[in-house]
Every structure is written in structure tokens, then in C-alpha cells.
Design a protein around this ligand. Structure first.
Ligand SMILES: NC(=O)c1ccc[n+]([C@@H]2O[C@H](COP(=O)([O-])OP(=O)(O)OC[C@H]3O[C@@H](n4cnc5c(N)ncnc54)[C@H](O)[C@@H]3O)[C@@H](O)[C@H]2O)c1
Length: 347
């Protein structure tokens, strides 16, 4: 299926299907007149799928740039390495870059595309569940500073996104679960049918990816530059990020977000926004997908929560649920958080 991301100046298509990768070459030839294509990927993805991507791109001369897998590649040094390698390979302005991998490759490659020659066209081919449902669409690109994640980046939209769930067959269970947290989050903030289907365990991967993407597409189209509605996507992330930090990143993102969603629901209950029944259902879903981390130790610190870059003049915009599919952005002060959060014996 073809889904259009409709943005003011740079709309693009998202192709989603089992086997969608087979359409890559034809899609590129619709608008790309060059012969050379540069592919940024990591060692794992290159090892498992590099050969088949090269076959699909047999009409072109393909040059791979392969980096180490993992978050540490979203760094200044790897960014510089990729830029210099592309220049050594004589990539020209207007040549096409493909990012082929998970969110790390997508975020780094997107930032390379945004900045090399002040912008070259790029295509996202996400290969993890997280990148297929979330990071490959919306145009947020970034690398990390030593101080915090995603501090250096830009909004830069791809020309095309190809999502082929067949890539998920080689993904580890652990990485799959990480991505599931974002699926569940999207269901909470924007899709009651998805929420019910997850609760009943009755959903196929393709439909799950499509529904999750549509939630993100809707908010990105309303708010490309993350000034308002896009914040809904942060549901569960305020406390989730603090928990990741507090655990020294031992707790993976998806598990931290899962816990962060439960904390946000509990605070929402205490300030009279969220009905109690939601937390019960969410716990059932998290258990179903093996994402329960209840009574997480260490407990995220309010001070870390307030370090969030969305803290504006002593108030933090948090996302709460009024009901499934109906989220609200509500500013909370540190005092309110201390009152709600410290007084609770977690769960
Ligand atoms: N730009 C955005 O809007 C946005 C949104 C959410 C997250 N992110 C970013 O995404 C990143 C996390 O992405 P991720 O979870 O995809 O992690 P990742 O890119 O590190 O991939 C996880 C692991 O899976 C491996 N892998 C990838 N595809 C595979 C496949 N098909 N088969 C086997 N192994 C495979 C990778 O080599 C890696 O080891 C973070 O840096 C986060 O900040 C960005």
C-alpha cells in the first residue's frame, strides 16, 4: 500500500508491504536520473540483507558505507567518518543516499543527508520494528552529544520511505519488544481499534505497522516541526527517558517507555484526568508483549524528568490520556509531580 505523508513543501510516499523492497528500483527511477547510489547501513544489517539490497538495485552502481551497529554510532566521530567517506567516494550534490537499518542508521543518515552539500536526497529503508513504525517517518534526524541524546540535528524529510515487514524476520525478540512499546504508545494516544486488537492479541504485523504509522502521520502533518501536536508522541517518554538515564541505559528504551506510560497514567489519575481502567488494560497489553517492568528499580528522578528539553519556565508539558485515543498536553509543575509521584507507592 502507498501512504502519502502530506507536508507543505515536501510530501513523500511511504510504501508499506511484505516485499515492498522489490519496488525500490522502479520507484527511484521515477525521479532520480543518477547512476550511483550510496547506502548507509550497519554491520548487522549489511551482513543479513546487504546482498539482497544490492540485487534489488542492480540497475545502479551501489556504494555501501557500513558502520558499527548500536547507539554509539550516533556520534560526532561516526558522523564525520560517514561524511568524509562519502566525499572520498566522490558523492556529488544531487546523488542519492539510502539509509538502510534501524533508527540509529536512519537518524544519523538523515542528518548526513541534511548537511552534506546543504542537503542531498535520501530514502529511508527501516529494518527494525521501531524504525518501521516510528523513526523513519517524520523527518527528525539527529546525532547525540556527550551530554544528551539527539541534541544535534535537523528536520529533513526523505524522498521516499519503503517499509518491508519481511526484514523483521531476522530481528531479535528483544529489538522487536523495543519497537512494540512505540506501537502500544500510538494505540494509547490515537487508535482505539489498535488498542483493542492488541488487547485481544488479534492483529497481523502489517496492519499493526499501518495503524501505528497512521497515528504518527496525523500528528506530523499537523505539526511538522514539533511545536505542539507532535508532542503527543511523547506519551510515556518524559518518565521513560528519566528511567533510562537513571539506570545508566541498562533499561532499554521500549521497556522504559512502557513503565513511563504507566507512571503518566497514574499521575493522570491523581490529577483527575485519567480513568483508572486504562492502566489496568495497558498492563494487560504490556504483559502480553512481555514489556512489564513494574516496580522498576531505579525509580526515575523528578530532577531528571525536569531536565527534559521540553521543560519551559518551571513547567513541563506532559501527555495524559483522557481516554484511549484521546490525549491531552497538560503543563505540570515540579511541586505537583512531587506530590503525585513521591506520595505513591509505585503500583
Ligand atoms: N527520528 C525519530 O523520529 C526517532 C523516533 C524514535 C527513535 N529514534 C531513534 O532510533 C534509535 C533506535 O532505533 P532502533 O531501535 O531501530 O535501534 P538500532 O538502529 O540500534 O537497531 C537495533 C539493532 O537491531 C539491528 N538490526 C536492525 N535491523 C535488523 C534486522 N532486520 N535484522 C536483524 N537485526 C537488525 C541493528 O544492527 C541493531 O543492532 C535511537 O537512536 C532513537 O533515538 C528516532
Amino acid at each position: 500500500m502507498r501512504i502519502e505523508m502530506s507536508l507543505k513543501d515536501h510530501s513523500y510516499d511511504i510504501l508499506l508491504d511484505h516485499g515492498a523492497i522489490l519496488q525500490l528500483s522502479v520507484e527511484i527511477q521515477k525521479w532520480y536520473k543518477g547512476k550511483r547510489i550510496f547506502v548507509l547501513t550497519d554491520k548487522n544489517v549489511y551482513g543479513k540483507h546487504g546482498g539482497s539490497l544490492e540485487n534489488v538495485l542492480s540497475d545502479f552502481i551501489v556504494e555501501f558505507v557500513v558502520i558499527e551497529a548500536g547507539e554509539s554510532s550516533k556520534s560526532m566521530s561516526v558522523y564525520e567518518y560517514v561524511l568524509e567517506t562519502l566525499l572520498d567516494k566522490q558523492m556529488k550534490r544531487g546523488d542519492l543516499l539510502i539509509t538502510f537499518g534501524g533508527g540509529v542508521v536512519g537518524d544519523l543518515g538523515g542528518f548526513v543527508a541534511a548537511t552534506l552539500y546543504r542537503g542531498v536526497p535520501y530514502i529511508q529503508i527501516p529494518t527494525t520494528l521501531l524504525s518501521q513504525v516510528d523513526s523513519s517517518i517524520g523527518g527528525k534526524t539527529a546525532i547525540n552529544s556527550h551530554k544528551a541524546k539527539n541534541m544535534i540535528g535537523s528536520f529533513y524529510q526523505p524522498k521516499l520511505v519503503i517499509i518491508d515487514p519481511n526484514y523483521l524476520k531476522t530481528l531479535s525478540d528483544f529489538e522487536y519488544k523495543n519497537g512494540m512499546a512505540e506501537v502500544i504508545k500510538s494505540a494509547c494516544i490515537g487508535d482505539t481499534i489498535l488498542f483493542d486488537k492488541l488487547l485481544n492479541g488479534e492483529i497481523k504485523t502489517l496492519e499493526m505497522i499501518e495503524r501505528t504509522l497512521l497515528v504518527k502521520k496525523k500528528v506530523v502533518e499537523m505539526d511538522e516541526f514539533d511545536l505542539k501536536e507532535r508532542m503527543y508522541l511523547n506519551f510515556g517518554h518524559t518518565f521513560g527517558h528519566a528511567l533510562e538515564k537513571q539506570s545508566d541505559f541498562e533499561i532499554a528504551h521500549g521497556f522504559a517507555v512502557a513503565e513511563g506510560m504507566l507512571i503518566a497514567l497514574e499521575i493522570g489519575e491523581k490529577i483527575g484526568i485519567t480513568p483508572k481502567s486504562i492502566r489496568k488494560s495497558l498492563k494487560l497489553i504490556l504483559d502480553k508483549y512481555d514489556l512489564g517492568l513494574y516496580n522498576a528499580k531505579p525509580i526515575p528522578l523528578i530532577e531528571d524528568v525536569f531536565y527534559d528539553k521540553k521543560n519551559i519556565q518551571g513547567e513541563l508539558n506532559m501527555i495524559f490520556l483522557k481516554s484511549i485515543g484521546n490525549s491531552v498536553i497538560t503543563p505540570v509543575t515540579k511541586e505537583v509531580l512531587y506530590e503525585c509521584y513521591n506520595s505513591q507507592t509505585l503500583k
